[in-house]
Write a protein of this length. Structure first.
Ligand SMILES: Nc1nc2c(ncn2[C@@H]2O[C@H](COP(=O)(O)OP(=O)(O)OP(=O)(O)O)[C@@H](O)[C@H]2O)c(=O)[nH]1
Ligand SMILES: [Mg+2]
Length: 376
C-alpha cells in the first residue's frame, strides 16, 4: 500500500516542485504560499496557514499545522453491527460514483464480506448497464429495474433482498443529475426515507463522491448535497489525474467531514483508505530535505481524543477561548479580538492540553484537556 498514495499524488507533487524546485530544511512563508496555491489549497486557508506560522518554517511546524486540518469529527460507525450495512452513494454526474461502488464492492469482497449492489440511478439506461457489467465482472449480485422507474423502489428491493439472503453489505448507486436541482434533492430525500422503511437505520452511511480534478470548486457542490441529505463522509476520486491534491486540505477544513478513501485510477483496486498522516507526509517529502518530522502524539488526554473532538467539546473550547478574548475561526485557528492576529490551536499530549500558539511556536494560552470533559 505504501507508495500508492504517492503515485496518486504524482501531478500534485509535480505542481509543488514546479513552484519550488529545490528541497530545503526550512521554507520561507512566501515560497510556502506559492506552492500551496499551486496545489490548489484555497486562498483563505493559505492565508490562515501562513499567518499562523513563522517567517521560516521547518517540517515539524508545517506538519503540525497541516495535520490539524483533519481534526474533523468522525462518528463511530461499526459496519459489522448492522446486517446488511447499507451505503448510499451520491454525487454529481461524472464524479465517479459507479466506479467507486465497484471499488468498494471489490474491497468488501476481498475482506470476505457478501455484497449486493442497487442500481438506483434509473435516470439513464447506460447507468444501469454500467453497474450490471461491474456486477458481472466482480461476481456480485445486483438489483435493478428499467430506466425511468422509481429509484426508491430499487433501493427498497435491494435492501429487502440483502436482508432475505443474509448479505453483509448493500451499496446503492444514485443519479447525479435530474431535470432540476429541486428534483434531485427531493429524489435523494425520498431514497433515504424509503431505505429507512426497508431497514431501520438505513442508509447507515451516506457517502458523497467528489471529483478531485475539480479541486476547490467541489466544495460548494458538497455543501449543496450536505444540505439535501446530511452526508456522513467523502470519497475523492481521480486524484491521479489532477495537480489539485492540495484541495483536500480545504475540503476537509471547510466541510468538517471525514475523507474515507481516495480514488487513484480507473481499476477496481484503485481505491485507498485516506490516511491524513500519509497524505501530509507525502506532500512534505516534496518540500523538505528532512526525511521525517517529529510527529505530535495523537494520544488521548483525559479520555479526550484531541485529534477528534466532539461537537460538545468544541463548544466548551469555544467558550473557554471566548473568555480569554479569542474567537474560534475553525477547529484549528483562532483570532485574538484585541490584536486581530491569527493563531493556531495545537493539541499537546506532553502538557495534557490544547494550546494557542503564535507563529514562533510560543504558547500564549493553554487549556487543560479535563476542562473539555463531557460534564466538567
Ligand atoms: N483516473 C481516474 N478515473 C476515474 C476514477 N474514478 C472514476 N474515474 C473515471 O471517471 C469517469 C466517470 O466515472 P463514473 O463512475 O461513471 O461516474 P458517475 O459519478 O457514476 O457518473 P454518472 O453515472 O454519469 O452520474 C469514468 O470514465 C471513470 O473511469 C479515478 O479514481 N481515477
Ligand atoms: Mg454512474
Amino acid at each position: 500500500m505504501f507508495g500508492f498514495l504517492k503515485k496518486g499524488l504524482k501531478k500534485t507533487i509535480e505542481a509543488i516542485q514546479s513552484a519550488e524546485p529545490a528541497k530545503r530544511d526550512k521554507i520561507t512563508s512566501e515560497d510556502l504560499e506559492d506552492l500551496l496555491l499551486e496545489a490548489d489549497v484555497s486562498y483563505d486557508l493559505v492565508e490562515k496557514i501562513i499567518d499562523s506560522l513563522p517567517e521560516k518554517i521547518n517540517r515539524t511546524q508545517l506538519y503540525n499545522t497541516l495535520i490539524s486540518l483533519f481534526i474533523y469529527r468522525t462518528e463511530k460507525i461499526e459496519p459489522d453491527d448492522q446486517k446488511p450495512f447499507v451505503e448510499l452513494i451520491v454525487g454529481v454526474n461524472g464524479a465517479g460514483k459507479t466506479t467507486t461502488i465497484a471499488k468498494l464492492a471489490q474491497k468488501y469482497k476481498s475482506e470476505g464480506k457478501t455484497v449486493l449492489l442497487g442500481a438506483a440511478d434509473t435516470f439513464r439506461a447506460a447507468a444501469i448497464e454500467q453497474l450490471k457489467r461491474w456486477g458481472e465482472k466482480l461476481d456480485v449480485p445486483i438489483v435493478y429495474t428499467k430506466q425511468g422507474h422509481d429509484p426508491s423502489a430499487v433501493a427498497y428491493d435491494a435492501i429487502s433482498s440483502a436482508k432475505a439472503k443474509g448479505l453483509d453489505r448493500v451499496i446503492i448507486d444514485t443519479a447525479g443529475r435530474l431535470h432540476t436541482q429541486t428534483n434531485l434533492a427531493e429524489e435523494l430525500k425520498k431514497i433515504v426515507r424509503v431505505c429507512s422503511k426497508a431497514m431501520e437505520g438505513a442508509p447507515h452511511r451516506k457517502i458523497l463522491i467528489l471529483d478531485g480534478t475539480q479541486g476547490n470548486s467541489a466544495i460548494n457542490q458538497a455543501k449543496a448535497f450536505n444540505e439535501m441529505i446530511a452526508i456522513d463522509g467523502i470519497i475523492i476520486t481521480k486524484l491521479d489525474g489532477t495537480a489539485k491534491g492540495g484541495a483536500l486540505f480545504s475540503i476537509a477544513e471547510e466541510l468538517k467531514l471525514p475523507i474515507y478513501y481516495v480514488g487513484v485510477g480507473e481499476k477496481a483496486e484503485d481505491l485507498i483508505p485516506f490516511d491524513p498522516k500519509e497524505f501530509v507526509n507525502t506532500i512534505l517529502d516534496a518540500i523538505f530535505t528532512e526525511e521525517s518530522a517529529e510527529v505530535p502524539s495523537s494520544g488521548k488526554l483525559h479520555g479526550i481524543d484531541v485529534q477528534n473532538l466532539t461537537e460538545d467539546q468544541i463548544k466548551k473550547l469555544e467558550k473557554l477561548l471566548d473568555t480569554e478574548g479569542y474567537d474560534m475561526l475553525s477547529k484549528h485557528f483562532v483570532k485574538s479580538r484585541s490584536s486581530g492576529e491569527t493563531f493556531r490551536l495545537r493539541p499537546s499530549a506532553a502538557a495534557d492540553s490544547i494550546e494557542v500558539v503564535d507563529n514562533g511556536e510560543n504558547v500564549l494560552k493553554s487549556f487543560r484537556a479535563e476542562e473539555l470533559a463531557e460534564d466538567g
